[in-house]
Design a binder for this molecule. Sequence first.
Ligand SMILES: Cc1cc2nc3c(=O)[nH]c(=O)nc-3n(C[C@H](O)[C@H](O)[C@H](O)COP(=O)(O)OP(=O)(O)OC[C@H]3O[C@@H](n4cnc5c(N)ncnc54)[C@H](O)[C@@H]3O)c2cc1C
Length: 371
Amino acid sequence: MEQGSKSKVIIAGGGPAGCICAYFLQNNFDVTIIDKNSPLLTLLPTGGGKCNLAHAEFDFRELAKNYPRGEKFLYSVFSRFGTSETIEFFKNIGVETYIREDIRIFPTSNSAKEVREKILSVLKNVKFKKEEVLRINDGFTVVTDKGSHKADYVVIATGGHASFKLIELLNHKIIPPKPALTGLVTKEDFSKIAGVVVNDVLFTHKGISGPAIYRISSLKARDNLPYELCFDFLGEVDLQKALNSNPHKDIKNLLSDYVPKSFAEFILGGFNPKCHTIDGKTRDKICEKLKKFKVTVLDTVKDGEVVMAGGVDLNEVNPKTMESKIVPKIYFCGEVLNIDGFCGGFNLQNCWSTGYLAADAINSFFKSSLT
Ligand SMILES: Cc1cc2nc3c(=O)[nH]c(=O)nc-3n(C[C@H](O)[C@H](O)[C@H](O)COP(=O)(O)OP(=O)(O)OC[C@H]3O[C@@H](n4cnc5c(N)ncnc54)[C@H](O)[C@@H]3O)c2cc1C
């Protein structure tokens, strides 16, 4: 480093994690974000364009419970930069937020576009380069498709969808990424009831989807395919009792009291006698079909995932600083880490928190250089 000049930080990836990291570094360092695309494009589709940027869970341990991968690692992260700090950060950059009934946090504008513009507008001291990072050589030289750039510190925030090659070249272990928060392709054909929702399960032409399935896809992201799921569509309903109490009702009409009519038709497949004429064995079968509705999951819906489960092995990252335990002065933040959460603002929260921590750790070098 030249006398008097600032140390250089290169951030590979200008998504939410890379950008918040740049924000907290820009006053102390010469910061460049290198992204193969325009920065923060990935923010635009979040929350259906409204940007569900966090979740109103203010207890850091409770917050961390929403991450099938990363829970323990996130304790110390969230204890330092959690939901309150996120709201505060957005307030400071001019983005007011509100808590929706389902305790998800959104910008008051309900606009991911506005959040993107606000964040970019406060990265005043950050340089941007539209290049693809290919390799990070010792020292550091960041090699891209268009040239190479020197850096004293490198932050890798390339997300969960990009190639992990450049990280593997640093001898880091990568947990192979698998799609999570996604619809599922099933062996059973549900196209006849596509669009029907039963207890939070949405049937589709390909299989099943909806909030409950997204959560299941996340919990089972690392399971081997195919796997079986079993749904109870009756809950507390005692169908045998209902059959006895409604002897003269058509079975389809009776079932329609508890599940959508089209689903009742699908289950019965044209069978529709009065309840009192149905023998015991058939009654048991109908109850079983609804109480233990089985599907075989063959795959996830292609390109349908919200997040990838997998990434940089957390055992090789310091949870207090986000620094690599393999290569000092290399940092990771955001979805590139083996961290993923449920729907509800948790994945962006991971970006804000780990992005801040990486910046804070690098800033401590600046502070110690002053003393
Ligand atoms: C449709 C959709 C809706 C979502 N909604 C929400 C939501 O409402 N709330 C929520 O919390 N989460 C949501 N998510 C998840 C959330 O968007 C991601 O978890 C988050 O964007 C990850 O941020 P990141 O900065 O880690 O990575 P990314 O956003 O993936 O950014 C990585 C950046 O790195 C760049 N890059 C990659 N490789 C290279 C390379 N080699 N060289 C240069 N640049 C590179 C990419 O171009 C990209 O700009 C949603 C995701 C999707 C797909």
